[in-house]
Design a binder for this molecule. Structure first.
Ligand code: GLN
Length: 483
């Protein structure tokens, strides 16, 4: 296949544009063409902003080389998960309750994208309110995995992952509350990062579980991921949990000390994934890095703690959708019936399940037994990592216990779906930065490796990922494996 513009990585596109070798208009047209060819089947997008993207490109084509160079993402198409609010495009969180909703403002990350010259192509599909691991809980339609159209792309940022993997955009934003950037990145064979909690502003991210939610970048190349990370990260007075700009500047010295937690390689891990991970670890050893067996003993309580804390916070956050202030409303004879009918019709089954679980966990008489206990477990999990990071620089694990599953396979089995989050929820509970890298193939499908670092070591993590890229399989696009 001859190399088209949609196959280029983001930084290369930006450089070609700055050098005047390609027009932003051509970059946008190539990506829209690719999107129009692939998305009718994959369905990664909920909204395509073709006209806005073309208009942005036309403006940028009139910029001088200096103006182009000043903005690190000028000329680069980007997609945005549809739970991040945008003034000029609808924001639905893939929920009926927000169908056709236009926010009166942009999320901080969206403003930052525009300031950096990024060309926004559209909004991507997700599980309703980011609750799920397959994008099947979207109220509108599921997204398909570009590598195997009968399989899920993962979730909840499944639309962003599929769009990047299929070459519709080189960069996308996702959000990660318990793995929603890393798991779909692993399933679709791309790179995704959940930054340290507080590094990226949550202002304008539709809240799911506020103490766990974090926006992060998704890309095919580490250099691109880093460019997007650098644009979106940083303090924001509009987000009270945003951290001051105190990134850990300690340079990363070689060899790296890499911790391999035995709890992440036990029962439930697909032996083929284990094999891919073992090969990765031997390569690291061959590169001279030190591999250490470590223990994170409270890992087995992580899913239980996460599925109490996340629904508890969700039940509170979602109380604002009452049919009065936002989006969908079912008119009824009185106010209480209006609330009930609006929420009954507006929310899908998974969202209702979470609201029920969360309301129960927070109810008087049960609060101590459930919510409080889960918070104590959260502290123990964070301490496990604190202890580990005294002796290692990074922790390496599989991103998921299995490869992408078939569409519909887990729809009636929420518990199995929840258990698949076992390796990703700990980073959210502990607030750590974590990245998933495409490390190989199992059963003909992509496999992800997860690298975790201590809080605020986001740059060390990115530096390591960049150094590791040479050990990873080269970037490919789905058609190249067909036929
Ligand atoms: N799969 C997890 C859940 O369903 C994580 C979702 C997320 O990170 N948004 O809650």
């Amino acid at each position: 296949m001859a190399k088209s513009l949609w196959m280029e990585d983001a930084v290369t596109l930006h450089e070609l544009f700055v050098a005047g070798e390609v027009r932003a208009t051509d970059i946008v047209e190539h990506h829209l063409e690719r999107l129009n060819a692939r998305d009718p089947v994959i369905r990664a997008f909920l909204h395509v902003a073709a006209e806005q993207a073309r208009a942005q490109a036309a403006v940028q084509d009139r910029w001088s080389p200096a103006e182009r160079a000043e903005r690190p993402l000028s000329g680069v198409p980007v997609a945005i998960k549809d739970n991040i609010v945008t003034e000029t495009m609808p924001t639905t969180a893939a929920s009926r309750i927000l169908q056709n909703f236009y926010a009166p403002y942009n999320a901080t990350v969206v403003d930052k994208l525009y300031e950096a010259g990024a060309i926004v192509i559209g909004k991507t599909n997700l599980d309703e309110f980011a609750m799920g691991s397959s994008t099947e809980h979207s109220a509108f339609y599921p997204t398909r995995n570009p590598w195997a159209l009968d399989r899920v792309p993962g979730g909840s940022s499944g639309g962003s992952a599929a769009a990047v993997a299929a070459g519709m955009v080189p960069l996308a934003l996702g959000s990660d509350t318990g793995g929603s950037i890393r798991q779909p990145s692993a399933y679709c064979g791309i790179i995704g990062m959940k930054p340290t909690y507080g590094r990226v502003s949550r202002y304008g991210l539709i809240a799911f579980a506020s103490s766990l939610d974090q926006i992060g970048p998704m890309a095919r190349r580490v250099r691109d991921l880093r460019a997007l990370y650098d644009v979106i990260a940083g303090p924001d007075p509009r987000d009270a949990t945003s951290l001051p700009d105190t990134t850990d500047a300690t340079p990363l010295s070689r060899p790296w000390r890499i911790g391999v937690p035995r709890e992440y390689f036990g029962e439930g891990l697909d032996p083929e994934i284990r094999h891919v991970l073992d090969r990765h670890l031997s390569q690291l050893r061959a590169e001279g890095h030190e591999i250490r067996d470590i223990s994170l003993p409270h890992t087995r309580f992580a899913i239980a703690a996460y599925y109490l804390i996340a629904p508890a916070e969700a039940s509170s956050n979602l109380s604002r959708y009452d049919g009065i202030r936002y989006g969908f409303r079912r008119e009824s004879r009185d106010l209480v019936t209006l609330y009930e009918a609006t929420r009954d019709e507006g929310f899908g089954p998974e969202v209702k399940r979470r609201i029920l679980l969360g309301t129960h966990a927070l109810s008087s008489g049960y609060y101590d037994a459930y919510y409080l206990t889960a918070q104590k477990v959260r502290t123990l999990i964070r301490r496990d990592f604190d202890d580990a990071f005294h002796t290692v620089d990074f922790v390496v694990t599989p991103t998921t216990p299995e490869v992408a599953f078939r569409l519909g396979e887990r729809s009636d089995d929420p518990l199995t779906m929840y258990l698949g989050d076992i390796y990703t929820v700990t980073a959210n509970l502990a607030g750590l930065p974590a990245i998933s890298l495409p490390v190989g193939w199992a059963h003909g499908l992509p496999v992800g490796v997860q690298w975790l670092a201590k809080p605020l070591a986001d740059h060390q993590l990115l530096e390591a990922a960049e150094a590791l890229e040479g050990l990873l399989p080269p970037v490919r696009f789905p058609e190249e494996v067909e036929g």
